[in-house]
Design a protein around this ligand. Sequence first.
Ligand SMILES: Cc1cc2nc3c(=O)[nH]c(=O)nc-3n(C[C@H](O)[C@H](O)[C@H](O)COP(=O)(O)OP(=O)(O)OC[C@H]3O[C@@H](n4cnc5c(N)ncnc54)[C@H](O)[C@@H]3O)c2cc1C
Length: 399
Amino acid sequence: MADASDFDGLSAEDEALVLESIDKWVRAKVAPVAMELEHANEYPQALVEDMKELGLFGALIDPQYGGLGLSATTYAKIVTRIAKEWMSLTGIFNSHLMMAQIVQKFGTQTQKDYWLPKFATGELRGGLGLTEPDAGTDLQAIRTVAKRDGDKYVVNGAKTWISNAIEGQANALLVKTDPDAQPRYKGMSMLIVSKIDPDTGEAKPGVTNGKKLEKLGYKGIDSGEFIFDNYECDAELSLVGGEEGKGFFMATGGLEIGRINIAARSVGIAQRALEESVAYAQTRKTMGKPIAEHQAIQLKLGEMGAKTRAAELLVEDAARMYDTGERIDMEAGMAKYFASETAVEVATEAMRIHGGYGYSKEYVIERLYRDAPLMCIGEGTNEMQRIIIAKQLVKRNPV
Ligand SMILES: Cc1cc2nc3c(=O)[nH]c(=O)nc-3n(C[C@H](O)[C@H](O)[C@H](O)COP(=O)(O)OP(=O)(O)OC[C@H]3O[C@@H](n4cnc5c(N)ncnc54)[C@H](O)[C@@H]3O)c2cc1C
């Protein structure tokens, strides 16, 4: 079973080189276009091509399948750096990598050999399909059904809010293979499905996308629906691990790296909002002095700085533990919960510090403010994170 934890990670020098190349790309290519593309609600196709070249779609995939095989620790730092400029971009490769991690962690050798090289290059991109119109937090309530028919599965049902659903092709799809099973999770399985035949490139029948969903922020990535109407896929290649009934466990396992990613993105949003605020507070003057010299603003900056740093450290901690290969529901939950609440608070305070300009579309603050709240919802809401943390606290400290 290979996962990110099997890789030794980069030396400090090599990690610094990787991060420098990301910084260079962000400065040269992302910064000049992020504002315009975001406000135009336009998919960043050219940047996606760059991300393929940078290897980001294979960041966590083992080098034997063509990936970079980075540790979660290095990966989280990359995510924070990109999110600091444009959070949307990090969703494009992270949703994809959650799908890849499911194959890498739980797939059969045939599945790894078939899917991972295609995922690593970004030739075949996708995400994780859990949510349905009537089931989000309560994943066990999903109704999409896959029925075995000889060497195929036939899928019927609908998914919504799926990142990369429209611009991507593949998806790690959570389905019911036994809708009557009790407890419900025992009837759930994970399939890798694709809108195109990966071997021929031809569109496959039985799957459509419905409409592109319009959002408050996070506009650089497509969020869409999947509608399956007697969609057929090969059982050997699609049923992850070759065994029914394991899908719920795979979904929650896949979400761990997703939560570290959301936490790392939140740190990027908070860091940017803080940096902009520290700079603005020194140049904006009221009552004859920079607002940074007013105690009311200092109290805000002090709190924003402390919380942003604490969030960064929690992410580092969770990523380091993920790299040991342990299940880290509590650590990932703590990082995700604290960092995302921090992103919302710091972005909101940044807007106040910027006064009217913070509300202007010419400043990055309004985008950070719109992007931050999703961090509290995605990969398990913060209500659920606190419940997960509490359960783990009790489990690990029995009396
Ligand atoms: C932009 C965007 C991108 C997304 N991308 C994806 C994706 O790629 N793949 C995917 O599968 N999904 C995706 N989602 C869906 C997202 O994961 C869900 O929205 C999220 O899990 C919450 O589910 P829900 O919206 O159905 O809310 P509900 O589950 O209906 O929850 C509503 C409220 O009730 C609370 N709540 C629910 N149950 C409990 C409980 N037991 N105890 C306490 N509080 C509870 C929740 O915390 C929330 O506050 C995306 C969503 C958005 C907005």
